[in-house]
Design a protein around this ligand. Sequence first.
Ligand SMILES: C[S@@+](CC[C@H](N)C(=O)[O-])C[C@H]1O[C@@H](n2cnc3c(N)ncnc32)[C@H](O)[C@@H]1O
Length: 280
Amino acid sequence: MPAEELILSTQEAGDARSASDAGSGAVVCDVLTEVVEILPNVRLLKGRLSSRASSQLLQEEGLADSDLIPGNYEGGFKLWECAIDLARFMCQHFSIDYFDQHAYPQLPGLPRVLELGCGQGIPGILLLKAGAEVHFQDYNREVLTALTAPNVTANTADNNRQAEGHSFPRSRFFSGDWATLPTLLEKEGLLGTYDIILSAETIYSLDSQQQLLSCIKQCLRPTTGQAWVAAKSYYFGVGGGTASFIRLVEKDGTFNVKTIDVINDGASNKREILTLKFKR
Ligand SMILES: C[S@@+](CC[C@H](N)C(=O)[O-])C[C@H]1O[C@@H](n2cnc3c(N)ncnc32)[C@H](O)[C@@H]1O
C-alpha cells in the first residue's frame, strides 16, 4: 500500500464525526465519542466506529470479528491497550499532568513527532496538545479520515479556532506502508527530522518488524532523535512481540534499545515500553 499524504481540513474531520450513511456508498461514520482516561487529570476524546461502519469503510465483511486482515486492515480502528500505556508514560516523561481548555503544558523545545501505526492517535494527540508538531501515520487511510483526524479535531478545539477550521494546526496525516513512507517523507523534506517517534502495538508481526525498524532509522533525527515503542512481550497467534524486536534492533546495531517500563496488570499478557536511542 503506497504511502500518501492526506490533505484534510478540520471542517471535514468534524463533519465525519456526525455524518450518517447517505445510502451512496460514501463514508459511513456511526461514531460515538468516548473519553479515554490517561491519568485522573489527563483525559482525551476518541471515536468508536460501529462494526457496520468499519466493515463498510473497508468494504470488508466480518471486520467486527477480526482484529487484523493482513495486507488490507492492520487494526487501526480499535484503541489498543499499549497506546494508553505509551500516552501515560509520555505524561510521566514530560511531566504532563493537567489539561484544560486554556492551559496546556508545553513540551521543552517543541519537538517534531511521528506516530507510526497510530490508529486512534492517542499518544500523538497527547503530545500535540502539549505543543509538539505531530505527524500521524496509519496503514489505512480510512482510519485516518474516520478516526484519527476527527480525534485531533475533538481534542484541540481551541487550536482549531485559531486556525479558522481550514487546516490542522501542527499536524499532518500519512497513509500507507512503512516501506514506502520514507520516500514520501524525503520528497517533503521530512526524512531524518523527527525528534520523537511513537509507536504502539505495531511489532506483533515478525514479517513487518524489519520494515518498521528501517522506517524508524530513516525518519529519526540523526544522533538526538529517539523512539518509544509500546507492545506486548509476545503476541500469541502472530508471533511478534518485544523480545523478537529487541533481538532485531540489537542485531541491526544502530540503536541502544532498553525496556523502560513493564506493565503486568494481569488483565492481558505482559506489556512493555522500549526506547531506541542512537549509539554514540
Ligand atoms: C494493532 S494496530 C495499533 C493501533 C494503535 N497504535 C493502538 O495501539 O491503538 C497496528 C497499527 O500498525 C500499523 N501497521 C501495521 N503494519 C503496518 C505496515 N506494514 N505498514 C504501515 N503500518 C502498519 C497500522 O496502521 C495499524 O493501525
